[in-house]
Ligand binder design. Structure first.
Ligand SMILES: C=CC1=C(C)c2cc3[nH]c(cc4nc(cc5[nH]c(cc1n2)c(C)c5CCC(=O)O)C(CCC(=O)O)=C4C)c(C)c3C=C
Ligand SMILES: [Fe+2]
Length: 470
C-alpha cells in the first residue's frame, strides 16, 4: 500500500469510522481586526472516533483494523492505475491539488489570534457536546494565557512562523514535479489556523473551475488533531456548496509508508550521521509532535500506530543500507494539564544523557517543514537540555522541505490518487449507515458532561492547567 486515500465523502473512511455528523451548521467567518474566527459548530458526535466510551482494546483494534481494511478495499491508490489516470485525465480535466497545513503566525501580533483559532478547534480541545458553548470563551482564555510563552518562541526564531513561505515553496515544487510528469495542475495551499485559510483556497478553486481535486495534507501520519481537523473543515464547506459537492475529490489521508518518503528520510539521516566523528555510536532520536493519550485510547486516533510503523520502516531502510544504529522515539510539545503520549522528549533526553549516550541525532518526524518546534524547541531548548545532561555531540536532521526525491514522491502520490476521486454527492447512500445512534449518543454525552464538570472543579486540574500554560 502506497498511501491511504479516500474520497471526501469519506464513505469508506470517515463516515463509517469517524462518524462525522451530517447535521452541520452553516459556518460563519467573522473578521475582527486581524482575527478570523472560524465557527465550526460541529456535532460532538464527530469526535467519537472508532471507539465508544466502553469499548475494550480488542474492539478498538477491530475498528482500527476495519479502517485499514476499508482502505485496502478500494480507496487506496495503486501504481497500476497511474497510467490509466494519466491518459484519461490530462486532456480534458482541470486538475487541482490542495495542500493542507497548520499555518502559523507571521508576526508576533498574530500569535494570540492564531492560538485562538487553534484552541477554538473542537479537534484540538475536545469538549463534550453539552459543554461546547464553552469552546470559544475557553479558546479566548487559553490563547491569552499562552500567548506570552508562544511569543517568546516565535521571537527566538525571527518573529514569526516560516510555515507559509515553506508551504508555498513546496506547492510550487510539486506543481513543477507534476509538470515533469506531463500533468498540468494548479496547486493550492489551505491552512487550518492562519492565512491563507482553507476557505480562501477553496474559493480560488471555485473561481478556477477545477474539475478534479486531490487533497494532500502535509502530515505524513494521520491524526484527528491535524489531517482529521482539516478534512472536517473541507467536508463542511463541500456539503454546503452545489459545485463542490459534485466535484470529484480524492483525499490522501496519510502517506508515511510511501517508499519515496521513507527513502528521503533515510537519506537525510544517513547524511547527518556522516557528520559525526563516530557515526555508528550515534543514537538516532526520533521526536514526534505529541497528542493527548485520550486521542489514541478513547478516540482511536491511529497517529501513534502510524508513527511507530513509520519509524520501523525508516530503520529497516537504514538497516538495508548497513546502518544499524540504536534509535528511540519520544513525543514533544505537550500543552495543558492532560496526559500526552509518552515518553516525553525532554525526559528521555535527560535519561539517555545520564545513561552515558554521548552522541545524538535528533530527527523531527511528524512534520515536513521547519517550524517553531524544530527551530526553537529542538534546536534551542532540547539541544541545551541534552548538552546539560551529558550528551557531547548533537546533530539534527533538517525537515524535508523541498527535497526533490520527496516532492517527486508527493507528485506520484497525487497521480496515484486520481482514480479514486469521487464526488461527495455520489456517496450519500453509503453515508446512511453512518447515521448516529441517538441513545448511545445521549448516554455518552450525559456521562461526558458530568465527568467534564467534575474535572473542571478539581483544584488539582485548575492548578495543573495554570502551570502547564505558562
Ligand atoms: C503532526 C503534527 C502536529 C500535531 C499532531 C499537533 C497536535 C497538537 N498541537 C497542539 C497545540 C499547539 N501546536 C502548536 C504549533 C504547531 N503544531 C504543529 C504540529 C502538530 N500539532 C506545528 C507544525 C506547529 C507550529 C506552527 C508554526 O507556527 O510553525 C501551537 C503553537 C505554538 C506553541 O505555542 O507551542 C500549539 C499551542 C495541540 C493541543 C495538539 C493536539 C491536540
Ligand atoms: Fe501542535
Amino acid at each position: 500500500m502506497e498511501a491511504a486515500a479516500a474520497s471526501l465523502s469519506g464513505s469508506n473512511i470517515f463516515h463509517r469510522n469517524y462518524r462525522f455528523s451530517r447535521s452541520i451548521n452553516r459556518s460563519r467567518y467573522i473578521a475582527s481586526g486581524s482575527r478570523y474566527f472560524s465557527n465550526s459548530d460541529l456535532n460532538t458526535q464527530n469526535h467519537s472516533v472508532f471507539k465508544g466510551p466502553n469499548l475494550s482494546n480488542v474492539q478498538i483494534q477491530k475498528r482500527n483494523l476495519r479502517l485499514q481494511t476499508n482502505c485496502a478495499l478500494g480507496v487506496c491508490t495503486f501504481p497500476e492505475n497511474v497510467m490509466e489516470s494519466h491518459h484519461s485525465h490530462v486532456a480534458e480535466e482541470k486538475l487541482g491539488v490542495l495542500l493542507l497545513n497548520l499555518g502559523g503566525p507571521e508576526t508576533l501580533n498574530d500569535v494570540q489570534p492564531f492560538l485562538y483559532n487553534l484552541f477554538a478547534d473542537p479537534d484540538i480541545i475536545r469538549l463534550p457536546r453539552l459543554l461546547r458553548f464553552l469552546q470559544r470563551p475557553l479558546a479566548k482564555l487559553i490563547s491569552v494565557l499562552r500567548a506570552p510563552k508562544s511569543k517568546e518562541g516565535y521571537a527566538a526564531i525571527g518573529g514569526g512562523s516560516p510555515l507559509r513561505k515553506i508551504t508555498d515553496e513546496q506547492a510550487d515544487a510539486l506543481r513543477m514535479a507534476l509538470e515533469a510528469k506531463n500533468i498540468h495542475a494548479n496547486v493550492y495551499v489551505g491552512m487550518r489556523y492562519w492565512f491563507p485559510f482553507t476557505e480562501e483556497a477553496i474559493e480560488q478553486i471555485k473561481r478556477d473551475r477545477i474539475t478534479k481535486l486531490v487533497v494532500l495534507p502535509l502530515y505524513p501520519q494521520f491524526s484527528i488533531s491535524t489531517t482529521g481537523s482539516s478534512i472536517r473543515v473541507l467536508q463542511r464547506i463541500f456539503k454546503e456548496d452545489a459545485y463542490l459537492s459534485r466535484l470529484p475529490v480524492s483525499v490522501i489521508l496519510s502517506w508515511y509508508q510511501r517508499q519515496g518518503y521513507i527513502n528521503s528520510m533515510a537519506d537525510l539521516i544517513e547524511k547527518e550521521l556522516g557528520k559525526f566523528a563516530k557515526p555508528e555510536e550515534v543514537m538516532i532520536f526520533f521526536s514526534a509532535h505529541g497528542v493527548p493519550v485520550s486521542y489514541v485510547e478513547e478516540a482511536g486516533d491511529p497517529y501513534k500506530d502510524q508513527m511507530e510503523e513509520c519509524i520501523y520502516l525508516i530503520m529497516q531502510e537504514l538497516k538495508a543500507r548497513g546502518i544499524g544504529n540504536d534509535h528511540t522515539l519520544a513525543y514533544q510539545s505537550r500543552v495543558g494539564p492532560v496526559q500526552w503520549l509518552k515518553p516525553y522528549t525532554d525526559e528521555v533526553l535527560v535519561e539517555i544523557g545520564q545513561k552515558g549516550v554521548k552522541s545524538l541525532l535528533a530527527v523531527p518526524i511528524s512534520f515536513v517543514s521547519e517550524h517553531i518546534e524544530t527551530l526553537e524547541e529542538i534546536d534551542m531548548e532540547y539541544k541545551h537540555l541534552a548538552l546539560e545532561s551529558g550528551i557531547k555531540n548533537w546533530g539534527r536532521v533538517p525537515a524535508l522541505g523541498c527535497n526533490s526525491l520527496f516532492i517527486t514522491d508527493l507528485a506520484d502520490a497525487v497521480v496515484e490518487a486520481l482514480p479514486s476521486a469521487k464526488a461527495l454527492s455520489a456517496s450519500t447512500e453509503n453515508d446512511k449507515e453512518a447515521e448516529y445512534d441517538p441513545l448511545r449518543y445521549l448516554v455518552k454525552m450525559f456521562f461526558g458532561s458530568i465527568l467534564a464538570f467534575l474535572l473542571l472543579l478539581t483544584p488539582k486540574v485548575v492548578l495543573a492547567f495554570r502551570n502547564s500554560l505558562f
